[in-house]
Design a protein around this ligand. Structure first.
Ligand code: KIV
Ligand code: ZN
Length: 535
């Protein structure tokens, strides 16, 4: 691979995961602190180098999650995002300071379109804000990343000037984002060539790419940046993120892995954890993975045409450039049944990376028994789905107590439900709808008194077979808030009800007076730097 400006002595590409920050900015995603912790623990198992855990000033909830991750997740660098104001940087530092390896990531736009219209300021002011921000962050932390936002639409000379300032103030990583997914591979690579020429000091720090996928070029552009010498790639699991998303982590990692002979580069990622990480992120965010998605899509290793099937049966490499087991598919042979005991369940869960003890183990065991009664074999994928489902349930949520749905070709479907409210009271409702699911969700609205409006509804099977567990994802709108929820069960209607009630819980949490107060605090925090809105 032609590398004109590689960072000295490095064939190792650092993987900077922004699933919990840029990824979480996708509409309808609202992860709780325990859910973010679960994802962060899995990212650590996956072996990413940096976890961007959130944007601490943006809300007390975000601050709390970043702090919890900094305190509990071992291995990766834990990073918090900050604009250039001292309040932002103080919040980022206070959230990450307890990590073994903390990082502050500060940013400001260098494109004229952002400077004039969004920030409503001058290039001189931007340069001054960048200097002050990096200096302030370095006062706290040795590891400071600086990003000139929207750099790919900015004057390269001005971006270089601001990067030079960031280096003078001690930034240790310079990330050059393609914020709106506008650039093309040759153009992005040429920009890095020019930046190296204008700022020779870039050879002594880590240069980084951060690409959005608006034109479907995020991975190609990231690779072009790596070829030009960048040694950190910012990316997100399943490619989630603002608008069309970020470069997909699994695609970047498997590209560097599969083509290592040509590229001569490596990452520290344990590729065998990729599939599980993708499933966890999809489940907790409510963002399904498209079937034909590279690496982690359901069909990524499926062969439909007879010619391909014939070839693969004779020799796998005829039509497969990667082995499914490399990303952790089909490697787990755990199978439990209705006679398996608590000890076997705990061992199986441990193998899957879940440490479940005490009351949580009792609940998981009860749920496992219910499912094992209906399903002959409970596989690793089933266990993972059940445990993730149970982990999402808490006493402060609405819970489905009982339901009855009558459907026929001659009468409109009728649904009756009983729902346990967060306070413990059980309420009932019934409704006649257009279809059984519509009637069911309307009956839940009637019981809870909340008029959720269904926006999206997805059903998938966790494994194959007629007795497979069904997994349902619901996205609804309630009082102007968009929220998602997921549910798992051998019964699709039960899974749907669980998913719908979780989405209602999430929407209400986002619309609660506490959340409103959080937004108010956020607005106040933004005021002194009203000229620098969030990413
Ligand atoms: O896309 C972007 O520019 C960002 C920055 C905050 C790095 O997300
Ligand atoms: Zn971004």
């Amino acid at each position: 691979m032609a590398e004109e400006h590689p960072t000295p002595g490095e064939d190792r590409v650092r993987i900077f995961d922004t699933t919990l920050r840029d990824g979480e900015q996708s509409p309808g995603i609202s992860l709780s602190t325990p859910e973010k912790l679960d994802i962060a623990q899995q990212l650590a198992r996956l072996g990413v180098d940096v976890i961007e855990a959130g944007f601490p000033i943006s809300s007390p909830g975000d601050f709390e999650s970043v702090q919890a991750i900094a305190r509990q997740v071992e291995g990766p660098v834990i990073c918090g995002l900050a604009r250039t104001s001292s309040q932002d940087i103080d919040a980022a530092w206070n959230a990450v300071r307890d990590a073994a390896r903390p990082r502050i990531h500060t940013f400001i736009s260098t494109s004229d379109v952002h400077i004039e219209h969004q920030l409503q300021t001058t290039r001189e002011d931007v340069a001054g804000q960048a200097r002050a921000a990096v200096a302030h962050a370095r006062g706290y932390c040795e590891d400071v990343e600086f990003s000139p936002m929207d750099a790919t639409r900015a004057s390269v000379e001005f971006t270089a000037e601001v990067i030079q300032i960031a280096l003078e103030e001690g930034a240790t990583t310079i990330n050059v984002p393609d914020t709106v997914g506008y650039t093309m591979p040759e153009e992005y690579a040429a920009m890095f060539g020019e930046l190296y020429r204008l700022v020779p000091g870039l050879r002594d720090v880590t240069l980084s790419v951060h690409c959005h996928d608006d034109l479907g070029l995020a991975v190609a552009n990231s690779l072009a940046g790596v070829a030009a010498g960048c040694r950190q790639v910012e990316c997100a699991v399943n490619g989630i993120g603002e608008r069309a998303g970020n470069a997909s982590l699994e695609e970047i990692v498997m590209l560097l892995h599969t083509r290592s002979a040509s590229l001569g580069l490596e990452t520290g990622v344990n590729t065998r954890e990729i599939a599980r990480t993708s499933r966890l992120v999809s489940r907790l965010t409510g963002y399904p993975v498209q079937p034909n998605k590279a690496i982690v899509g359901r069909n990524a290793f499926a062969h439909e045409s007879g010619i391909h099937q014939d070839g693969v049966l004779k020799e796998r490499t005829t039509y497969e450039i990667m082995d499914a087991t490399t990303i952790g598919l089909e490697q787990n042979s755990i199978v439990l049944g209705k006679h398996s005991g608590r000890h076997a369940l705990r061992k199986a869960l441990e193998e899957l990376g879940f440490e479940v003890e005490g009351a949580a183990l009792n609940t998981a065991f009860k749920r496992f028994k219910e499912i094992a009664d209906k399903k002959a074999k409970v596989t690793a994928l089933d266990l993972e789905a059940i445990v993730s489902d149970e982990m999402r349930q808490s006493p402060s949520q609405f819970a489905l107590e009982a339901f009855e749905v009558e459907a026929s070709s001659v009468r409109s479907p009728l649904a009756r439900v009983s729902v346990r409210l967060p306070g413990g009271e059980v309420v009932s409702g019934s409704f006649t709808g257009d279809g059984p699911v519509d009637a069911f969700f309307s009956a839940i609205n009637a019981a809870t008194g909340h008029e959720g409006r269904l926006k999206e509804y997805h059903v998938s099977a966790v494994t194959g077979g007629r007795d497979a567990l069904g997994e349902v994802t619901v996205m609804l709108e309630l009082g102007g808030v968009l929220a998602s929820g997921q549910g798992v069960s051998t019964d699709i209607l039960e899974a749907s009800g669980r998913a719908y009630l979780r989405a209602i819980t999430n929407a209400l949490a986002d619309a609660s007076p506490v959340a409103e107060a959080e937004r108010e605090l956020q607005r106040e925090a933004v005021e002194p730097v009203a000229s620098t809105p969030g990413p």
